[in-house]
Every structure is written in C-alpha cells, then in structure tokens.
Design a protein around this ligand. Structure first.
Ligand code: PBG
Length: 326
C-alpha cells in the first residue's frame, strides 16, 4: 500500500468541520468564501472584474473573516499573492510567506471555529504563471512539481491550515501531499482535492485577483478537457485512493452533470467551486439591472446543491449567508 488509508475522522474533528460536511440544503454551513491576501499593500484593493471582491491586507482579511464567522460561514479558502515571484514559486512555502502569515493570524483569531483552507498550487507564486515547475521547453515537469507541492503542504500545515487544497492537477499530487503531511506529523490535516478541474475560460477574473495568468500558453495540458465526463470518475477515484478526504468539481454550473454523476459514484464529501467567471457574469448583469443578482445567486447555489454538492465555494458566500440570516 503506497498511500495511507483515508481517515474519515479528520472530518469529524471540529464542530465547524462537521457542519461543513453535513448533507443538508442551503445553509451558511455549506459555504466556503475564497479570499485573496496580498503582500506589500497598505489597503485592500478592489478586483475590477469581480465587483465586491478585494485583494486583502492582513488587517482587512481579518475584518472580513470576522464578519464571515459572525454570519455562520464555517470555512474560507485562502489564496496568497506574493510581492515577488520566481520560477519555482519560492513564496508558496516560505515560512514567512504571505499565506502562511495569514493562516497563523486567522487561526489565532478563530481557532477551531473556523476551517482554514488554503490553495496548494504554484501559479500565484511563479513568474511564468504556470501551476508547476517548467522544463526548458516550457512544458510542466510533473514530478519536480510534486516535490514543491509536498513542501508547500507542510509549510501550510505548520502555519496551522486545517485543509490543504491541491489545485494544480499534477498526477499523483494527493498521495505525495498525504505522505509528506503524515511524515511531518500532520496526519490530522485534511486534503480537499481539486479532482475534476476543467480547463475553463471561466477562471479569467480569478487570474486578475491572484495575478496569475500564464505568461504563455494555457493550462490544457494539465487541466481536464470540458468535453470529457467519464474521465472525472477516474480522476476522483485516483484522488480518493491517494488519500483525499474531500473531492471537488470546478467550475460548477456548466458541470452539474459531473457533480450529479460523482454524487452517485462516490460517498466522500463533494465540493463544487462556483468560480470567478460565474460570479462576474451575475454581478455584471445585476449592476446593469438586467437580472436580480441576489435571486440569481441563490438560484445558482440551489442548483449546485441540488445536483449533489455538499459544499459550495463561492464569492457569494457572504451574500448568501446574509440573505439566509443566522
Ligand atoms: C489555481 C487555481 C485557479 C483557480 C483556483 N485555483 C486558477 C486556474 O486554474 O487558472 C480559479 C478559481 C476561480 O476562477 O474562481 N491555483
């Protein structure tokens, strides 16, 4: 057995985790707010393509998370935007890197009442904007990248992350991260795998927010082809075998068939990421008064849950919780 067995107890460890995986209908308990924290800025900077979303300072991040916790949101997904980028994404696993700093601060503020998830990838940290280490010909070196992901996961767990979320779509990433975490004494640290992540045009606004658009080429050699459905089953099976605790489909609304299929095929908690482009489309139309933004947002969330998602990552998390009331 190359990989440690899945340990369901990880998901029962805190009240917030248990709320997160409960199989109920629309409730703040089921939502995760993705948040951006940027190094070297003095005030939060609005992301123009995502009205209502900002790149945070540590101070504005703390204020936002206080509000989210008060609204009953159990979890956040952190993305770091470093001041300096290089070819190997050194900022990603630096002990004093921006995301590690943010994790420590938020765990200090909230302890077990907040599930701190963190994106485990390189694109926010590399100067070329790709999710891995590149060979001379510009292609991604899968196995060299795995070493980086393992080191990043340990740095994030050391800072106090509850959940690490590998999003780079390298083969074997979940197993390598699980082994690295266990070897470093973090067997309780949970893995949320971006298992069925499609090469989507809907990530555009995120790449503004995380400043991570690839400088050349695209991500089609590592992210999934939108034409493929059965392949999602294989991806999820591999990730679960390697020790993933939660698996995710991304984006959400254009992939509801995938969510529904995975719900019937697997019993692990299933997340869906309602991504930046999905959010931006609703906000753009709402700002023009072409649609009722709140109503459409709630309808979208309902659709994602109805398809079978237990957990929804969305930039609407705060708004949804406000609308649901606590
Ligand atoms: C990769 C990552 C991306 C998103 C989440 N993690 C960008 C990408 O794959 O290009 C996109 C999320 C969104 O669009 O909201 N670190």
């Amino acid at each position: 057995m190359a990989f440690p067995q899945q340990r369901p107890r990880r998901l029962r460890r805190t009240a917030a985790l248990r709320r997160l995986v409960s199989q109920t209908s629309l409730s703040p308990n089921d939502f995760v707010a993705p948040l951006f924290v940027k190094e070297g800025i003095n005030a939060a900077e609005p992301v123009l393509s995502m009205p209502g979303v900002s790149q945070h300072t540590i101070a504005s991040l703390r204020a936002e998370v206080n509000d989210l916790v008060a609204l009953g949101i159990p979890a956040i997904m952190l993305f770091g935007v470093p001041a300096h980028k290089d070819a190997r994404g050194s900022g990603a696993d630096a002990p004093d890197g921006i995301v590690q700093h943010a994790i420590r601060q938020l765990k200090d503020d909230h302890g077990e009442t907040l599930v701190v998830m963190v994106d485990n990838c390189l694109d926010e940290y590399t100067d070329h904007g790709h999710c891995g280490i590149l060979r001379n010909d510009g292609s991604v070196d899968n196995d060299a990248t795995l070493d980086r992901y393992a080191s990043i996961a340990v740095a994030q767990a050391t800072a106090g992350a509850d959940i690490v979320a590998p999003s780079g779509m390298m083969d074997g990433q979940v197993g390598v991260i699980r082994n690295a975490l266990d070897s470093a004494g973090f067997s309780d640290t949970t893995i949320l795998a971006y298992a069925a992540k499609y090469a989507s045009a809907l990530y555009g606004p995120f790449r503004d927010a995380a400043e991570c658009a690839p400088k050349f080429g695209d991500r089609k050699s590592y992210q999934m082809d939108p034409a493929n459905a059965r392949e999602a089953i294989d991806e999820v099976a591999l990730d679960l075998d390697e020790g993933a605790d939660i698996v995710m489909v991304k984006p959400a609304l254009a992939y509801l068939d995938i969510i529904a299929t995975l719900r019937t095929e697997f019993s692990a908690p299933l997340a869906a990421y309602h991504v930046s482009g999905e959010y931006a489309m609703v906000q753009a139309a709402a700002i023009n008064s072409w649609i009722d933004g709140d109503a459409v947002a709630m309808e979208h969330m309902l659709a994602i849950k109805r398809a079978g998602a237990d957990i929804v990552l969305t930039y609407f998390a705060r708004r949804v919780a406000e609308l649901l009331g606590v």
